[in-house]
Design a protein around this ligand. Structure first.
Ligand SMILES: [Fe+2]
Length: 236
C-alpha cells in the first residue's frame, strides 16, 4: 500500500490518501476543504485514480472537501452517518471497501459522535476522532457518549496487535502516528482506567466546542458543499 498523510495546521486535522501500487486506485479519508488543491496535485502527480472518499464522522471542526473531490474525480463518498445527506453510501460494521488490491474494513466506533467509524487496512488503523495519540476525541457533540467511546476504544481498537499502526484524525503534540501497543501501555485515559473512572474523568474535562461548529456541521451534512452546489440525497 502507498500512503500519504496530510496535516491541516489550523485544525491539526490529519487526512489520508491510500493507493494500490499495482493499479493506482486510491481511497481518501477525511479530506479538508482548504487542502483540496494539494490532494488533486498529489493524485495527478502520482497518476492515482480516486475511487472512494471516506468520512470517519460528521466533522464539527473543519469543512470537508468530500463533495468537491467527488466532483473533480468521480469518486463515491461513503460514511457511517445518515446525517451526511448527500453521501453516496452508508457504511455498516464489517463492510469492505475495495480499490485495486486495497481492502479497508469498516469498524463502528461510536462515542465522539454516535456514528463514528474507524477503518482497518491490513496492519493499519485509521481511527478518526475516536482513539487519538495519548488521548481520545472530545465529547462536545450533542450525541457524544463517554461510555460508548470507552467501549469502542477498549473493546475494539485496543484489541488489535501491538504492532498495528494507529493513524488518528488529529496530530497530538507533534505526533502523527502511533501503534496499538503504545496506546494500550501508555494512553493515560485507558491504561488501568475503568469505564466508570473514564466517564468521571471526561466529565471533569473542559468542554471545548470548535469555533463555528454549528455552521460547519450544516455544511458537512452536504459533504462540504453550499446548498446551491450539493447533489440530491442518494444514500444506499
Ligand atoms: Fe471530530
Amino acid at each position: 500500500m502507498q500512503i500519504r498523510q496530510f496535516l491541516d495546521r489550523p485544525t491539526a486535522t490529519l487526512s489520508y490518501l491510500l493507493a494500490c501500487p499495482e493499479s493506482g486506485r486510491a481511497i481518501m479519508i477525511d479530506p479538508v476543504d482548504d487542502d483540496l488543491a494539494l490532494y488533486l496535485g498529489v493524485l495527478d502527480e502520482m497518476k492515482w485514480q480516486l475511487d472512494n472518499i471516506l468520512e470517519t464522522h460528521l466533522h464539527a471542526d473543519h469543512v470537508s472537501a468530500a463533495g468537491k473531490l467527488r466532483r473533480a474525480t468521480g469518486a463515491m463518498i461513503a460514511c457511517g452517518d445518515a446525517k451526511i445527506e448527500t453521501a453516496d453510501h452508508l457504511l455498516r460494521e464489517g463492510e469492505q471497501i475495495v480499490a485495486g488490491t486495497l481492502q479497508l474494513k469498516v469498524i463502528t466506533t461510536p462515542g465522539h459522535t454516535p456514528s463514528c467509524l474507524s477503518y482497518q487496512c491490513g496492519d493499519r488503523l485509521f481511527t478518526g476522532d475516536c482513539l487519538l495519540i495519548g488521548d481520545c476525541g472530545n465529547l462536545s457533540d450533542a450525541g457524544a457518549d463517554a461510555g460508548r467511546l470507552y467501549d469502542s476504544i477498549t473493546r475494539k481498537l485496543l484489541r488489535f496487535s501491538d504492532e498495528t499502526l494507529l493513524y488518528p484524525g488529529h496530530e497530538q503534540q507533534g505526533r502523527q502516528v502511533s501503534c496499538i501497543g503504545d496506546e494500550r501501555r501508555n494512553n493515560p485515559l485507558f491504561c488501568g482506567v475503568s469505564r466508570d473512572e473514564f466517564i468521571a474523568r471526561i466529565a471533569l474535562r473542559p468542554c471545548t466546542i470548535p469555533p463555528h461548529s454549528a455552521e460547519i456541521i450544516a455544511i458537512n451534512r452536504r459533504c462540504g458543499l453550499p446548498y446551491s452546489q450539493s447533489t440530491p440525497p442518494s444514500l444506499s
